[in-house]
Design a protein around this ligand. Structure first.
Ligand SMILES: Nc1ncnc2c1ncn2[C@@H]1O[C@H](COP(=O)(O)OP(=O)(O)OP(=O)(O)O)[C@@H](O)[C@H]1O
Ligand SMILES: [Mg+2]
Length: 407
């Protein structure tokens, strides 16, 4: 593809648009000139005078020849100039910065927006290369990006330019390899995305604030339950309150993780499960001496997967603390979350007494294991609970798409 000056195709289609009246006029003028200069001297040379036959044939031939010559010379150059002017106007008046560089990153041509926006003159900017024009972090990537462009021919990426007074301008570059004056060049469109970046930052701040508030509200609910629980003497009822508090904490922790992380949509699962189990272990510490082993791969979940996953772990680990080590001095609980391609394997295991004989895990009236099944279904998982020398729960699931689940 050729941008400027126009290519052969553009010239040819321009030629077809020449008005017939102007062609006729030009050919008449040329035929008169050629009659004077060629036909009449030839007639005199052959016949000693100007014959009418020679004269008419000569005029017709001269008209045709002049028509063709005019067609190619006069109109061609006129259309070329017009097309050039049109492209130059478009190039210069674009509101995005346009630049043409060679494959070393040296600037060959730029439009007005490009140099005015960064505070340079055209001459100053044309003496620079992309590396000098880019902010330090972006400049390091210039060579790699040019290589990529040479390989694929087209590339869109975010970068940052540095203005003459040192200001940084975030830009989105849409670059393409093109032909320009017979040589291959890079043609780039740089769009100023300062506004978009500011809006993204504002949105991030807002989201962070929301996560912070949700977490605080959940903490308030948990504290209210705590205050209420002080008036409860029934141990069973007290345990129910405590379980509810732990479930709320598991959810609050997800929001805390999110507002503290750099990425507001991904939760560092290893960090989250570590914090979750620390909290659980300290709230259930009255139980026997329990060694907790945690093995989690480097995984990042969205909130819709992290919350069910955290609640499942809460239920299963609470069960182990509560039921597995009755009448025992010590025990072991291990929690494992492994990634295998797009599939995640969660395992919560203890070396306790195991489930009661004849216990039907699928049809229990108690809330805990029912919750485990419901939450696993939310993340499209399967639950398998094995009992023998201890209890082992295995849940296999995939990450759910964000926004598809509701708790
Ligand atoms: N790790 C375990 N070791 C031994 N028994 C267990 C274990 N997990 C569950 N159980 C048994 O399965 C029963 C059902 O567990 P479930 O979590 O559904 O209810 P719960 O823990 O009794 O009460 P909650 O509804 O508050 O969780 C428990 O009462 C207990 O007898
Ligand atoms: Mg339970």
């Amino acid at each position: 593809m050729q941008l400027y000056p126009p290519g052969k195709k553009e010239l040819f289609s321009a030629l077809l648009k020449i008005r017939p009246s102007s062609l006729l006029l030009i050919s008449v003028v040329f035929s008169m000139i050629s009659t004077e200069l060629i036909v009449m001297p030839m007639s005199i040379y052959f016949h000693g005078r100007v014959t009418s036959d020679f004269f008419i044939t000569g005029i017709v031939c001269a008209s045709v020849v002049s028509l063709i010559v005019c067609y190619f010379l006069i109109n061609l150059s006129g259309r070329v100039l017009a097309a050039q002017a049109k492209f130059k106007t478009l190039f210069e008046s674009a509101t995005d910065a346009l630049f043409i560089t060679d494959f070393t990153g040296k600037l060959i041509d730029i439009n007005r927006t490009a140099y005015e926006r960064l505070g340079y003159t055209r001459e100053e900017m044309l003496s620079m290369s992309l590396k000098e024009l880019d902010a330090p972090e972006a400049a390091k990537k210039v060579s790699r990006r040019i290589e990529k462009l040479q390989r694929y021919g087209h590339s869109v990426f975010e970068s940052a330019h540095i203005s003459k007074n040192g200001g940084i301008m975030p830009v989105e570059i849409n670059a393409r390899v093109m032909e320009y004056g017979g040589q291959k060049v890079i043609f780039g469109v740089a769009r100023d995305i300062s506004e978009r970046k500011r809006a993204e930052k504002d949105k991030d701040t807002l989201l962070r604030e929301i996560h912070h508030r949700v977490k605080n509200n959940m903490q308030v609910i948990s504290s209210l339950l705590n205050i209420q629980a002080r008036h409860i003497e029934d141990k069973q009822l007290l345990a129910i309150f405590q379980d509810c508090q732990n479930r709320i904490k598991a959810m609050a922790l997800v929001h805390e993780e999110l507002y503290q992380s750099n990425n507001l949509s991904r939760i560092d699962v290893k960090h989250y499960i570590g914090a979750l189990l620390d909290g659980l272990a300290s709230s259930l510490s009255r139980k026997p001496d329990v060694a907790l082993t945690v093995t989690v791969d480097k995984i990042f979940f969205n909130i819709d997967t992290a919350i069910p996953c955290g609640l499942i772990i809460t239920e299963l680990v609470t069960n182990s603390f509560k039921h597995a080590f009755r009448k025992r001095e010590r025990g072991e609980i291990s929690v494992e979350l492994r990634q295998d391609g797009g599939v995640f394997n969660l395992m919560v295991k203890d070396d306790g007494v195991g489930l009661p004989d004849g216990f039907d895990v699928e049809n229990t009236a108690s809330l805990g294991l029912q919750l485990v099944h419901t939450l696993a279904a939310q993340i499209g998982g399967t639950v398998e609970i094995l009992s023998g020398r201890g209890t082992e729960a295995r849940i296999v699931f995939e990450e759910v798409r964000s926004g598809t689940q509701a708790l």
